[in-house]
Design a protein around this ligand. Structure first.
Ligand code: ARG
Length: 588
């Protein structure tokens, strides 16, 4: 459906032209004085210069025409030359009725759908998923859903950190603890066991132990590096261990992401890109892009306009080993080969920005991607604790994602049980939904690039700009709808009628903005814009609710219209939270 602002602009443009002014002056915006009008046009001020006429006279000419137009209840020219507009309630009701019938709630599918690979999550295998990966998962999931809702082909790739020293460390530590394992018998030629020689719990303990130990034991670290090398060069036993690590770790990751309502289309990792490296390196050398500098192989990526230094992109270290940049470049090669995407979007901590500047420039310069493929880096800020420092547990360690979720769910459960009588099992389920809304909304309502303070008390509050407040509003609507049905009335065929009071019209105006908010949020990769929209929508709804006797309304047409408005509000809110990656319970 056409956006309401565009429909209004069409009429205003028409009036400008009919009154003898150029259409470029007919720019309409949402009013910045909602107390005076709903939409406004300031074009008469700009036109004044061009036509050497007082702006108020131009505004007057345009308004004279707009006043005849059934789209507007009121069009007025206000000094020095503003054109203030109020929509006719009939026009607005008609727009919302069409919105209600539209299967996409007025949001148009992209005319030219794009294929976009979104690289998010980025957990490191065998290391516990910690809150540092939380933001990537939450923000990435929401962008993926937004894109899909708008009709784009979104391919989510978790891009596992499954390549590197951590594997070697696990192998040597495992060898130290259980030297008898068949994987370490160099003469063994048979099949390796199906069952992993460790659980996820052990695995998560092994890695930090090995990592800490290696810090002050150089010979141990050397051994781990050697094991990594052997692993990467086909050592059978080590590869069998790697398989176990992957299986155990990925199963655990999937469970964690499931709890976050996050899913990936691809479970590729850094290791999948390795086979592409040799040919890529050859190609870069042959075409003169890469050159040797103190033994290392590099590609220059600095540009004249740089204000800060952008070091050369290192492709191979002097010992021939590849790096994080190499892997990301090879992943681009792989993605281009497999998918030919229109865009690759990376949702990664903003502290990695320089890495991506180098990778993107290098990929462009060496033509790994063509001009028709966009590379985008969405760098997000740090999640801080109340002390303003990166979020830690009370003991000072990095908080594991699982314990974070558990503590939020507990808090929610307690609140729900305190609030009213409810079956404990249902309360548990509800607590999960509300807890997730608290975490996700708490994160997504901030502009992604900014740091934010993770404040459990604030995020779990049922009041204010929080996830639980949004859910509470949805549940309130659902409860009214239930009661309406319990009174023997049907939700089928209820129709929105023209508003006859302010709070009702405000709600309708807010609803009518949905398509433009959604489009704009995706264009700017800004989920926080959806949050601020639903917060406004929930607020206007609640104002309407407090001023209106819905269930006791005697005029049944009027009542049915309220109910229809509630249905649309519920649908828009639920659609938005679905895009944000959480959902509402029936009761809470
Ligand atoms: N595994 C990385 C980390 O934990 C994040 C990966 C981000 N994605 C990428 N293509 N580099 O920091």
């Amino acid at each position: 459906m056409q956006k309401i602002l565009d429909l209004i602009t069409e009429q205003v443009t028409d009036a400008f032209v009919k009154a003898g002014y150029e259409e470029k002056f007919a720019k309409v915006t949402l009013s910045n004085r909602p107390d005076l009008c709903e939409y406004q046009c300031n074009g008469a001020m700009a036109a004044a210069k061009a036509y050497r006429k007082a702006p108020i006279m131009i505004a007057g000419d345009v308004v004279a025409l707009l006043s005849q137009n059934p789209m507007f209840e009121e069009a007025s020219a206000v000094n020095p030359g503003f054109i203030n507009l109020k929509l006719s309630p009939e026009f607005l009701a008609d727009y919302l009725r069409r919105m209600q019938e539209d299967e996409n709630l007025s949001v148009e599918k992209a005319a030219n759908p794009k294929r976009i690979i979104i690289d998010y999550g980025g957990p490191n295998v065998a290391k516990p998923l910690h809150v540092g990966h939380l933001r990537s998962a939450i923000i990435g999931e929401s962008i993926k859903r937004m894109g899909r809702f708008l009709g784009h082909e979104m391919i989510g790739d978790v891009h596992l950190g499954d390549w590197g020293l951590q594997m070697g460390l696990i192998i040597v530590e495992l060898k130290r603890r259980k030297p008898k394992l068949v994987y370490f018998d160099e003469t063994y030629t048979g099949e390796y066991p199906e069952e992993a020689p460790f659980t996820i719990g052990e695995l998560e303990e092994i890695y930090p132990a090995a990592s800490a130990y290696s810090k002050d034991h150089p010979e141990y670290k050397e051994e781990a590096m050697q094991a990594t090398y052997l692993l990467q060069h086909g050592h059978r036993g080590y590869q069998a261990i790697l398989k176990h690590i992957m299986n155990v770790s990925v199963a655990d990751l999937k469970k964690n992401y499931e709890n976050l309502n996050v899913t990936f289309d691809l479970w590729k990792g850094e290791s999948d890109a390795q086979p592409y490296i040799p040919a890529m390196v050859d190609y870069m050398k042959k075409n003169g892009y890469a050159y040797e500098d103190q033994g290392a192989l590099v590609v220059d990526v600095k540009e004249e306009t740089d204000t800060k230094e952008v070091p050369p992109c290192m492709i191979l270290k002097s010992d021939g080993a590849s790096l994080y940049t190499t892997t990301d470049l090879a992943t681009i090669v792989q993605r281009m080969e497999d998918y030919k995407p229109d865009e690759i979007l990376y949702v990664v901590d903003k502290r990695q920005e320089m890495h991506f500047i180098q990778v993107f420039r290098c990929a462009r310069k060496t033509k790994l991607v063509g001009d028709d493929t966009k590379l985008t880096f969405l760098g997000f800020g740090t999640m801080n604790g109340k002390d303003g420092k990166p979020f830690k547990t009370r003991e000072g360690g990095v908080m594991r994602l699982e314990s974070l979720l558990t503590s939020i769910n507990e808090e929610m459960y307690r609140k729900i049980m305190d609030n009213h009588e409810i079956d404990p099992d249902e309360a548990r389920e509800t607590a999960k939904l509300v807890g997730l809304s608290a975490i996700k909304y708490g994160d997504l309502s901030n502009q992604a690039s900014k740091d934010y303070i993770f404040d459990i008390d604030r995020f779990t509050s049922f009041e204010g700009n929080t996830g639980p407040y949004i859910l509470y509003t949805i549940v309130r609507i659902k409860s009214i709808l239930h009661k309406y049905q319990e009174a023997g009335k049907s939700l089928e065929g209820v129709k929105i009628q023209a508003a006859d009071k302010m709070s009702e019209k405000d709600l309708m105006l807010e609803l009518s903005r949905f398509n433009s908010v959604m489009e704009n949020a995706f264009e700017e990769i800004a989920p926080h814009k959806i949050c601020s929209y639903i917060y406004d929508l929930a607020n206007v709804f609640n104002r309407f609710y407090h001023e209106t006797k819905i269930l006791t309304e005697e005029d049944s047409t009027k009542q049915a219209s309220y109910i229809a408005l509630l249905l649309l509000t519920r649908d828009v809110l639920e659609c938005c939270i679905d895009v944000l990656g959480f959902s509402a319970p029936e009761r809470m």
